[in-house]
Design a protein around this ligand. Sequence first.
Ligand code: HEC
Length: 117
Amino acid sequence: MTAWGFLAVRLPLPENKAWAADRVTILQGLGVLDPEGQPTPRLKVVKQAKVARLTQEEWQKERDKMLQTCNQCHSKNFARAELEKGDKMIQVADHLLAEAIRIVAGLYQDGFLKKPE
Ligand code: HEC
């Protein structure tokens, strides 16, 4: 298990407002939140399968474990800075992904795409 998990979404939402909005869009795209931003039954599946960290403590625990691992060979500061670069990459990737989800959602709203069964 890693801090970010393989979906790279987690709770709580980031303090950065733009990033938080992107994350909500991604969670909506994943069907974990509905279009109004309310949790769907899928959140229970995410919880049960442990595919995302859902509290700050859960995330921090895995991050600290990873830092310990890196620290077997690298200094703590180096490892921390490298992992923070990864966090930044997720932030930038989240923005691109959210933008794509909004474009596709607009195509559904305008009737250019038909919702499958
Ligand atoms: C078992 C020892 C070991 C562990 C554990 C380890 N590394 Fe490394 N890491 C190395 C070695 C050795 C190199 C240099 C490899 C080379 O230059 O070919 C390296 C290189 C790197 C580099 C490239 C540095 C550069 O300037 O090119 C980064 C970034 C890095 N490690 C990050 C991490 C992170 C983050 C973790 C924890 C998730 C980690 N490493 C865990 C041994 C380790």
